[in-house]
Design a protein around this ligand. Structure first.
Ligand code: ADP
Length: 255
């Protein structure tokens, strides 16, 4: 699988070309271009205000860019949003589960939205819950689960329609250390076993080590698109954290 992750040729599952999105005078996303191939885990690393959420809103079709092209599996998000969105799975940092519904109820609702026939939906729900260690929780109310398990249910939901690209928008926010580590392991297994491309937005440098690629976003622009090791080497620093700070921290004020 490693050749899949490192190759830079072949059809991209996700392609962004020169994306721009402004709020009034603020260019939140300012000419962003990159592609992802199957089985690639890409960390989108940026400080608060870098433009990560805006980029994810554009990728998930909530807004359209002022200019530029987004393609998912070759489908233009603007002209052909239905097949483009059908190939995307999304986990947001704010929970979007219905806490009054059971876990199964939440998943069945999502399957219905994607037009997945009932018998197939039931099979996939059983498979995903088993894989995530949640088989016993299927008939519990989502609101009774821990934060870590709710996030797993959201991951199961994001995978139900078998997307080729998984967008994780600061998905570890509010989770404890163990749940964060568990979620990362689950993501790596999706990459390795199913060849899903993952775009993982974060402002936490300790979440970048496992990534095949790290894209450093700052003030709406890509500063680096490289491997974590090359990011460190190219800045002459000792760690991803130091490299990230050297690229994005404001210069110290003159005395
Ligand atoms: P991040 O997710 O990396 O923290 P955002 O995409 O939320 O970054 O923000 C990028 C920039 O766009 C920031 O300068 C932010 O203040 C601005 N911004 C984001 N959303 C809005 C909005 N709805 N109205 C005006 N400015 C916004």
């Amino acid at each position: 699988m490693s050749d899949l992750r490192t190759r830079d040729t072949g059809a991209p599952v996700l392609r962004l070309e020169n994306i721009v999105r402004s709020y009034g005078p603020v260019r939140a996303v300012d000419g962003v271009s990159f592609s992802a191939v199957p089985g690639q885990f890409i960390a989108l690393l940026g400080p608060n205000g870098a433009g990560k959420s805006t980029l994810f809103q554009l990728l998930s079709g909530l807004f359209t860019p002022d200019s530029g092209l987004i393609e998912v599996m070759g489908h233009d998000m603007r002209r052909d949003p239905v097949p483009a969105l059908a190939s995307l799975g999304i986990v947001f940092h704010q929970s979007t589960l219905d806490l009054e519904l059971t876990v199964r109820g939440n998943l069945l609702f999502h399957a219905g939205l994607h037009g997945i026939p009932g018998a197939i939906a039931k099979q996939r729900i059983a498979r995903e819950l088993e894989r995530l260690g949640l088989a016993d929780a299927a008939d519990k109310k989502a609101g009774s689960l821990s934060g870590g398990n709710r996030r797993r249910v959201e991951l199961a939901r994001a995978m139900l329609h078998e997307p080729r690209v998984l967008l994780m928008d600061e998905a570890t926010v509010g989770l404890d250390i163990q749940s964060r580590a568990d979620l990362r392991k689950l993501i790596l297994s999706l990459r390795d076993e199913r060849g899903v491309a993952i775009l993982w937005a974060t402002h936490l440098t300790d979440e970048v080590a496992d990534a095949d690629r790290v894209i450093v976003l700052h003030k709406g622009k890509i500063l680096r698109d490289t491997t974590p090791a090359e990011l460190v080497a190219s800045t002459g620093k000792a760690s991803v954290e130091e490299a990230f700070l050297s690229l994005t921290a404001p210069p110290p004020k003159a005395a």
